[in-house]
Design a protein around this ligand. Structure first.
Ligand code: ATP
Length: 324
C-alpha cells in the first residue's frame, strides 16, 4: 500500500559518540546519512555489526539526539515536537521492538501490564470489553493463545513468546511506523516467517511502514520493499529491494551478495578487519569501504562519493557511478 507519500525523511544525519573522558576518541556511528521511508513501505536497514543501524533507529525514536542533520516525520522535524506532539509520536505514530524481549518486561508484573500501559497512555476511551477483545485479537495475530498468555509472569515464557507479545502490543495501536530492530532474531525459523508475514499484512491492511533493522540479508530480501546497505556509519547503496539484490552496484554490496550462495541461507559476515584497524578506518575521509575495495581508485581514499541515482529508485555512493 505504498502510496508514494513520504513518512520519514532522514537528512544528512550524523551521530558522533565520544568514548572515554581524557584522551577519549570519537566514533562516527552514523555519518551523513539520508534516506526516506514512504507510507506503507517496509525498508530494511542491513549492515554488519557496528555499522550504525541501531543508532539510526534510536535517532528516529528520539531516544538520542543527532550531532547534526534532521529527521522529518510527516514533514515535521521531530526535534521540534512539543510535549503533546511527542506523546502522540511515541504512542500512536511510532512503536519499536528490540532484540532482547526480556529487557522490555518488568519481572514483577504480569505480562498483561504491557497492554494496560498502552491503554492508559493512549487508548483511554476504549471500554473494558473492547480492550479485552483488542488484546485477544492482537495476541492471536502473532500466533499466541490469549488464555495461555494473560495472567502470567514474564519468566513463564520463552524469549520468542515474549517477543511475540511485544510485537502484538506494538501493532495494537496500529502505528504509522514500526521500528523492528533485530526483532525476529530470537525466534525459530517458522515463527520468524509468520511474524514477517504479519508485518507484511499490517503494511497491506493498515499502511504501516516498517524500518526492519537486520544483519540478515535473507530476511531483508524476504520482507522489504526497499533495502539500505550500510557500511561503517554510511549508506553505500539503497533502493528497491529487487534492484539492490539483483543488480548490486556498490563493490561492498556485490561482495556481500557473492558471499551468500542462496538467499534462503543465513548470511555470515566475512572479512571484517581486525579491531586494531578500527581507529584507522574511522579517520578515512573518502569512502569507508576503500581500504577493502578491489576497485578503489586514488580519489576513493580522499573524497566521499556522493549518492547518485544510478537507475530509477536505486542509489549508490561510489565513484564508479559518478558521471559529470
Ligand atoms: N552510547 C554509545 N557510546 C559510544 N559508542 C556507541 C554508543 N552506541 C553505539 N556506539 C558505537 O557506534 C557504532 C554503531 O553502533 P550501532 O549499535 O548503531 O551498530 P549496529 O549496526 O546496530 O550493530 P549491532 O548489529 O551489533 O547492534 C559502534 O561502533 C558502537 O560501538
Amino acid at each position: 500500500m505504498n502510496n508514494g507519500k513520504e513518512l520519514v525523511k532522514v537528512e544528512h544525519l550524523t551521530k558522533i559518540f565520544t568514548s572515554g573522558l581524557i584522551g577519549g576518541f570519537e566514533i562516527r556511528a552514523v555519518d551523513d546519512v539520508s534516506f526516506t521511508i514512504n507510507e506503507g513501505e517496509i525498508v530494511s536497514l542491513v549492515g554488519e555489526s557496528g555499522s550504525g543501524k541501531t543508532t539510526i533507529g534510536k535517532l528516529i525514536l528520539r531516544l538520542i539526539q543527532p550531532t547534526s542533520g534532521r529527521i522529518l516525520f510527516k514533514g515535521e522535524d521531530i526535534l521540534q515536537f512539543d510535549k503533546k506532539k511527542l506523546k502522540t509520536y511515541y504512542y500512536k505514530q511510532v512503536q519499536a521492538v528490540f532484540q532482547d524481549p526480556f529487557a522490555s518486561f518488568n519481572p514483577l508484573h504480569k505480562v498483561d501490564r504491557a497492554f494496560d500501559l498502552v491503554f492508559r497512555s493512549f487508548l483511554r476511551d476504549v471500554s473494558e470489553d473492547e480492550k479485552k477483545e483488542l488484546v485477544e485479537k492482537a495476541l492471536e495475530s502473532v500466533g499466541l493463545n490469549p488464555r495461555e498468555v494473560l495472567g502470567k509472569y514474564p519468566h513463564q515464557f520463552s524469549g520468542g513468546q515474549l517477543q511475540r507479545i511485544l510485537i502484538a502490543r506494538a501493532l495494537l495501536v496500529r502505528p504509522s511506523l514500526l521500528i523492528a530492530d533485530e526483532a525476529v532474531s530470537m525466534l525459530d525459523a517458522s515463527t520468524r516467517i509468520d511474524i514477517l508475514n504479519l508485518l507484511g499484512e499490517f503494511r497491506d491492511k493498515y499502511g504501516t511502514s516498517v524500518l526492519f533493522v537486520t544483519h540478515d540479508l535473507a530476511l531483508g530480501y524476504y520482507i522489504s520493499d526497499k533495502t539500505i546497505i550500510m557500511y561503517r556509519g554510511t549508506i553505500v547503496e539503497w533502493g528497491d529491494t529487487e534492484k539492490v539484490f539483483h543488480n548490486p552496484l556498490h563493490p561492498y554490496t556485490q561482495m556481500l551478495l557473492e558471499s551468500v550462495p542462496d538467499l534462503n541461507v543465513k548470511w555470515e559476515f566475512k572479512g571484517i578487519e581486525p579491531e586494531r584497524e578500527e581507529g584507522k578506518v574511522y579517520e578515512i575521509r573518502g569512502c569507508r569501504y576503500a581500504p577493502r575495495c578491489e576497485k578503489a581508485m586514488d580519489k576513493c581514499f580522499k573524497l566521499r562519493p556522493p549518492m547518485v541515482e544510478a537507475e530509477k529508485n536505486h542509489w549508490v555512493a561510489c565513484w564508479l557511478y559518478y558521471k559529470r
